[in-house]
Design a protein around this ligand. Structure first.
Ligand code: FAD
Length: 448
């Protein structure tokens, strides 16, 4: 068979190469390091971990990323095999010896007879005779390739200063305090003017919140982040607050057009949340992008009435990130709609994290191999961690506010019944593994 070309030998590209070669299809893997470096990579190893050495929780029964680990293991993941072989003691987390881990990934690929590793930059659109290409060049995609993809996609920019706002699990919002209403009762899914959830603040609560925001511990800027534009020109809330004590009250926290049903009055200030996924399990805090340290965010946002028990699916943050508006640009099997010979994998698709990037690489590799072999392929069910992540990237997320996302149980279709907390997670996880095994099994199981 003709080879499949993969651009980028990071977490996603290495896993995709392994999946394709394991299916018996030849792969050419193009990795630009050490010919050309990135702002964060330090070595020329494949699958280098650029920052922490943790793959996060390994608890498959109670944690969505642990569940993703387990699904990947069952699908023969090289990244998980190397991580397990180079595991370090880290409580319930899967932390790895970064050098041993990367070396194991590289060794497995170099010794595979169907993998051809080439150390070169793909500095523009891949040549037309590469009929099946996976672009897995990550958040630090080289500028020449990013520019070529940008002009293909019709987007204005691909590399953003990500100023991202926190996302809250809907079930953790106190609905005896927060109420549903759009400003001046406009819009709403049923035209009922109830698109937003509103959390009211009194004058003293607002003043205390602003003071805490200004005193909060902020993350440091990285040297290389200076030339990248803010996404949508979003300013972090602490920057807005610093321009005057009332500025937030005339910005993202303005209370106009809203009435608290408990008091019958307009509150002094509000914090608004907007639905973030089709399932309505995740809600983002509108206009609340921030570069406060994560611990500070959790503490401070829980002082907002209605969010006192908030559980966060993602906290705010700021860093350079190259990613596609995947819900708009990619089809269900991660092909670029405007040029289907190009598939995408890893963080550039808008997932976030080592494990998620590798998982998307695993799926993309399988889709590309099946296509090359003329086999029918299906996407993993939405009830699995992989399917939930894929569904979010390729359609579940709102394209107008799309931002990189970690895997979390809020992306899964809810489970029937009244289970809460630990029991609910365990039920979601058991359902996922059962459905994942069915997806992997070569012959469909008999109907129950
Ligand atoms: P990468 O692993 O970056 O792989 C992309 C590869 O493509 C690289 O090897 C690069 O050299 C190569 N490449 C780029 N352009 C070209 C080209 N034109 N031609 C050929 N090769 C090319 N996630 C976590 O889970 N934990 C963390 O602690 C963490 N820290 C991060 C810190 C920073 C500074 C950044 C930017 C991201 C971090 N992430 C972290 C997010 C993400 O998980 C990692 O970036 C992850 O490595 C993404 O995997 P990937 O395969 O998509 O990209």
């Amino acid at each position: 068979a003709k080879p499949i070309h993969i651009v980028g030998g990071g977490l996603a590209g290495s896993e995709a190469a392994w999946q394709i070669a394991s299916a018996g299809v030849p792969v050419v893997l193009h990795e630009m390091r050490p010919v050309r470096g990135t702002e964060a990579h330090l070595t020329d190893s494949l699958a280098e971990l650029v920052c922490s050495n943790s793959f996060r929780s390994d608890d498959a029964a109670n944690n969505a990323v642990g569940l993703l680990h387990e699904e990947m293991r069952r699908a023969g993941s090289l990244i998980m095999r190397a991580a397990d072989a180079h595991k370090l003691p880290a409580g319930g987390a899967l932390a790895v010896d970064r050098h041993g881990f990367s070396a194991a990934v590289q060794q497995a690929l170099l010794t595979h007879p169907l993998v051809d590793l080439r150390r070169e930059e793909v500095a523009g659109l891949p040549p037309a005779d590469w009929d099946s290409v996976i672009v897995a060049t990550g958040p630090l995609t080289s500028p020449a390739l990013a520019e070529a993809i940008r002009s293909l996609s019709g987007e204005e920019a691909l590399a953003f200063f990500d100023a991202i706002a926190p996302i809250v699990h809907h079930e953790s919002i106190d609905l005896s305090i927060a109420w549903k209403q759009s400003r001046y009762d406009k819009g709403g899914p049923a035209g009922d003017g109830a698109d937003y959830l509103n959390c009211p603040l009194t004058k003293p609560e607002y003043e205390a919140f602003v003071a805490a925001l200004l005193a909060g511990d902020k993350t440091e800027f990285k040297e290389w982040e200076h030339n990248t534009p803010y996404f949508n020109g979003c300013q972090p809330i602490e920057v807005i607050a610093a321009s005057g004590p009332q500025t937030l009250r005339f910005g993202p926290m303005k209370p106009v057009g809203l009435r608290d049903p408990r008091t019958g009055h307009r509150p002094w200030a509000v914090v608004q949340l907007r639905q973030d996924n089709a399932l309505s399990t995740l809600w983002n805090i509108v206009g609340f992008q921030t570069k406060l340290k994560h611990g500070e965010q959790t503490r401070l946002f829980r002082t907002i009435p209605g969010l006192q028990n908030a559980e966060f699916a993602r906290l705010g943050g700021l860093h350079r990130n190259t990613f596609l508006n995947s819900p708009r640009l990619l089809d269900a099997s991660l092909r670029l709609k405007a040029m289907p010979r190009l598939r995408f994998a890893g963080q550039i698709t808008g997932c976030e994290g080592y494990v998620e990037s590798a998982a998307v690489g695993l799926m993309t590799g399988r889709f590309a191999a099946a296509e090359r072999l003329g086999l029918a392929s299906t996407t993993p069910p939405a009830t699995t961690a992989m399917g939930a992540l894929l569904g979010h990237i390729t359609g579940g997320a709102d394209a107008t506010t799309f931002q990189p996302m970690n895997v979390n149980f809020g992306l899964f279709p809810p489970i029937e019944g009244t289970l809460r907390g630990k029991e609910r997670k365990q039920a979601l996880s058991a359902r996922a593994l059962r459905d994942f095994d069915r997806w992997l099994s070569p012959t469909p199981l008999a109907a129950e």
